[in-house]
Ligand binder design. Structure first.
Ligand code: NAP
Ligand code: HSE
Length: 431
C-alpha cells in the first residue's frame, strides 16, 4: 500500500491554487523522490462559495482554520493566506500539534522568524519559507546550504516583482504608474494591500529575511532605511534614460565586523549594470561571500506557479527529513548582535530633479545648498520648460547620507521656488 502524507493548506488564492495544481500534476514524481504520496486533505478559505481556478475534487473546504491545525491526520501545513495574526496563531498551533509548516509569508517571517524557528525546533518540527523571498528563486537554500561555508558580507538586488514590473512597463512601454500597478495586481504579483509593494515594505521584509539568514542576525525592520516608488513618474525615468541610467527598486544589506547597513530605495543604475536588465516581475540578487566572491540568483520573483514551486519544494524537503528523522533543525541559527552604521558613514551618489521658477541667480542659490554641505556635483543639466519654469537635474559625487539629507533640507528652504523634486540614489557601478 502507498504511504501517504496528508497536507492541509491555509489559503486558496494565487499561491494556494498553484500549490494544489503542482501537487496534483507532480504526484508521481514526488512519490519517486520521497516514497510518499502527498495528498491535500483540507483547504481553508474565507469564502466557501467563491469559484476556484483549480480542481478541489476530493479535498475538504473549510473556513475554520482549526479544522486543519487540530486534525491529527495532517502532517504538514502549508500557510499561504498571508497576514500576521491568524497565520501566526495557526503556525504556533501547528507546532504544538507536532505538524511541520511551509509558508510564503514574509510579513510574518520578517518579524517572527527567530521565535517561530525556536518553537518549531522545540517541537521537532520543520519550518520552511523559501517562497517568502524572490518567489521561485531558491535563494534561501542557496544561502543556507550552497554558501554555508562562507562569510556573507553583502546582499544586493531586486526583490519585489510588482515594483520591478511597474518600473519596467513605465520605462519601456510608456505605461502610467496606475496602469502598470493594476496589471501587476491582475497578474497576481501584488500583495493584498499593494502599498506594501509600492512603498518598499515588502522588499524590506524580504531584505530582513535574507540578512537574518545571511548574517545570522535578528534584524528589526525599523533598522532598514526604506523608500518606495509611489512618487516616481514617467519623467524621472525619461530623464534618467537620457543620462544612461535605469531605475530599479534595490534592496541592499552590508555587514562588516557586526556593523550593518540596510536599505530599500529607488536606485538609478548605469544601463550596463547587470541589475538594470532584470525586467518585469523577475528578481535578481547578488550575494557577496568572502570566499566565493559574487554569486547571482535570478528568476521569477512573483506569481502563481513560480511561488508555488518553491512552496512544494519545501514540502518535499520536509518529507525527505521525515524519511531521515531529521526534522526540527531547519534554518535555526543563534542570532548575533549587531550595530547600525551611522548616516555619516553611508556613502552614495545622488540624482535630484528640481522644478523651479526661472529667476535670476536661482542656479547659484541651488549650488550653494550643496556647497554648504561640501557636496561636489558631477553633472548639472538645465532643462527650460517654458518662460517661467526650469527643471534642474543634478547628479552628485559620492557623499554621505547625512550630508545629503541636510542638503535636501536647505533646498527646501530656497523659499517658494522648489515645486517638486525627486532624489534617487545612484548605485556604484560594480554592485
Ligand atoms: P491571495 O491571492 O490573496 O490568497 C489568499 C487566500 O487566503 C485566499 O484564498 C483567502 O480566502 C485565504 N484567506 C485569507 N485569510 C484567511 C483566513 N483568515 N481564513 C481562511 N482563509 C483565509 O494571496 P496570495 O497572493 O496567494 O499570497 C498568499 C501568501 O503568499 C502571502 O503571504 C503573500 O505575501 C505570499 N506570496 C505571494 C506571492 C505572489 O506572487 N502572489 C509570492 C510570494 C509570496 P478567499 O479566497 O476565500 O478570499
Ligand atoms: N508582492 C510580492 C512581489 C510577491 O511583488 O514581489 C512576491 O513576494
Amino acid at each position: 500500500m502507498k504511504k501517504v502524507i496528508h497536507v492541509g493548506v491555509l489559503g486558496l488564492g494565487t499561491v494556494g491554487s498553484g500549490v494544489i495544481h503542482i501537487l496534483q500534476e507532480r504526484r508521481e514524481k514526488i512519490f519517486l523522490d520521497t516514497g510518499y504520496e502527498i495528498r491535500v486533505k483540507t483547504v481553508a478559505v474565507r469564502d466557501l462559495e467563491k469559484e476556484r481556478d483549480v480542481s478541489i475534487d476530493g479535498i475538504v473546504l473549510t473556513n475554520n482554520l482549526d479544522d486543519i491545525t487540530d486534525d491529527p491526520d495532517i502532517d504538514i501545513i502549508v500557510e499561504v493566506m498571508g497576514g500576521i495574526k491568524h497565520a501566526k496563531q495557526s503556525i504556533i498551533k501547528a507546532f504544538y500539534n507536532k505538524k511541520h509548516v511551509v509558508t510564503a509569508n514574509k510579513d510574518l517571517l520578517a518579524s517572527y522568524s527567530t521565535e517561530l524557528l525556536q518553537l518549531a525546533h522545540e517541537n521537532a518540527c520543520d519550518l520552511y519559507y523559501e517562497a517568502s523571498v524572490a518567489g521561485g528563486v531558491p535563494i534561501l537554500r542557496g544561502l543556507i546550504d550552497g554558501l554555508a561555508s562562507d562569510h556573507i558580507r553583502k546582499i544586493i538586488g531586486i526583490i519585489n516583482g510588482t515594483t520591478n514590473y511597474i518600473l519596467t512597463k513605465m520605462s519601456q512601454n510608456g505605461w502610467s504608474y496606475d496602469q502598470a500597478l493594476k496589471e501587476a495586481q491582475n497578474l497576481g504579483f501584488a500583495e493584498a494591500d499593494s502599498s506594501a509593494d509600492v512603498d518598499g515594505l515588502d522588499a524590506a521584509r524580504k531584505l530582513a529575511i535574507l540578512a537574518n539568514l545571511g548574517f545570522s542576525m535578528n534584524i528589526s525592520l525599523d533598522d532598514i532605511h526604506v523608500r518606495g516608488i509611489r512618487h516616481v513618474d514617467k519623467t524621472d525615468l525619461k530623464v534618467a534614460k537620457k543620462l544612461g541610467l535605469t531605475m530599479k527598486l534595490v534592496g541592499k544589506a552590508e555587514m562588516s565586523n557586526s556593523v550593518i547597513s540596510l536599505s530599500v530605495a529607488p536606485t538609478l543604475l548605469p544601463n550596463h549594470h547587470p541589475l538594470s536588465s532584470v525586467n518585469n516581475e523577475y528578481n535578481a540578487v547578488y550575494v557577496h561571500g568572502q570566499a566565493v566572491g559574487e554569486v547571482m540568483f535570478y528568476g521569477p520573483g512573483a506569481g502563481k506557479l513560480p511561488t508555488a514551486s518553491a512552496v512544494v519544494s519545501d514540502v518535499i524537503s520536509i518529507v525527505k527529513n521525515m524519511n531521515l528523522d531529521t526534522n526540527g533543525y531547519s534554518l535555526l541559527k543563534e542570532p548575533q548582535s549587531y550595530i547600525l552604521k551611522q548616516d555619516q558613514e553611508i556613502f552614495s551618489k545622488y540624482f535630484i530633479r528640481i522644478l523651479l521658477k526661472d529667476e535670476r541667480g536661482i542656479l547659484k542659490k541651488i549650488t550653494e545648498c550643496f556647497m554648504n554641505q561640501s557636496i561636489s556635483l558631477k553633472e548639472i543639466i538645465e532643462l527650460p520648460l517654458d518662460d517661467e519654469l526650469v527643471e534642474i537635474v543634478i547628479v552628485t559625487h559620492r557623499t554621505s547620507r547625512y550630508q545629503f539629507e541636510r542638503t535636501l533640507r536647505l533646498l527646501e528652504d530656497v523659499a517658494g521656488t522648489i515645486k517638486s523634486y525627486y532624489c534617487i540614489e545612484v548605485e556604484k557601478e560594480n554592485a
